[in-house]
Design a protein around this ligand. Structure first.
Ligand code: F6R
Length: 245
């Protein structure tokens, strides 16, 4: 696991966007795994800026998002499909038909999980997966206790995750209780993983990842067994870790 320490959120976002844009430019065809939430927003802003300034093209790019809330349709303001369209896809030249986000508003949610997992395999898997981390160590929406061999599945969101995400909703009650998420095994199948961590509220989770044991109690700890992981973390996120660079 390679650790890159940066000053703060802006530098993390700029470094991550450079990394992603470079990969996109040098590939003939590439499948990116994408995340939502506050962490990657700055990265997406930088990618849009790079697309405008340097004409980096996304015509050959396919994307698969990590997760989606159960019960929210793609045009719901809080759905992750809507987030991705507004924060990235609407501003670059990617073909929308090549962007996949699990569908949270379907009758058969279990079938959607199976279909999403199959779709990923049919597309040859993910070349580069972008990840954020929850303050409880979750990756995707794989909460503590999720089996490491899990595939795309329906998850029950913990009260702490719902509380953390309530900032995007009008009230805590509005935050869905369930989500579809790629499983841990699904995430680990990515050829390469780029984890972004910013802020003091993530410092315990990051210290647990860098210094703690590999355990299902801390989903992110599984990243230590993946052969190609880069972590870009800022000073605040590293404030509880002994490991520094
Ligand atoms: C989002 C996702 C989550 C977030 C995590 C951190 O697609 O998979 O694991 O990365 O909850 O969220 P933020 O970035 O909002 O702190």
């Amino acid at each position: 696991m390679k650790l890159i320490e940066v000053k703060g959120y802006q530098e993390m976002s700029a470094r991550a966007a450079d990394y992603l844009a470079h990969k996109v430019r040098i590939s003939k065809k590439i499948t990116l795994g994408l995340a939502t939430g506050g962490t990657p927003e700055g990265t997406y802003r930088n990618l849009i800026e790079d697309h405008r300034q340097n004409y980096t093209s996304y015509r050959h790019v396919t994307t698969f998002n990590l997760d989606e809330y159960v019960g929210l349709a793609g045009d719901h303001l809080n759905s992750y499909r809507y987030f991705m369209n507004k924060k990235l896809f609407d501003h670059i030249d990617i073909q929308k038909s090549n962007t996949y986000v699990p569908r949270g508003h379907v009758l058969d949610i279990e079938q959607e999980c199976l279909d999403y997992e199959k779709l990923l395999i049919d597309h040859g898997g993910i070349d580069l997966q972008l990840l954020g981390i929850g303050s409880n160590g979750h990756i995707g929406f794989n909460e503590p206790g999720t089996p490491f061999d899990s595939k795309t599945h329906v998850v029950e969101l913990t009260p702490s995750t719902r509380k953390a995400n309530a900032r995007y909703f009008s009230s805590l009650e509005q935050v869905p209780t369930k989500a579809i998420s790629m499983g841990i095994a699904t995430i680990l199948k990515a050829k390469e993983i780029l984890l972004l961590v910013s802020g003091e509220n993530k410092s315990e989770a990051l210290a647990q990842l860098l210094e703690g044991e590999i355990t299902e109690k801390n989903p992110a700890s599984v990243l230590k067994i993946h052969p190609f992981v880069t972590v870009i973390a800022d000073h605040a996120a590293l404030s509880a870790s002994k490991v520094r660079c």
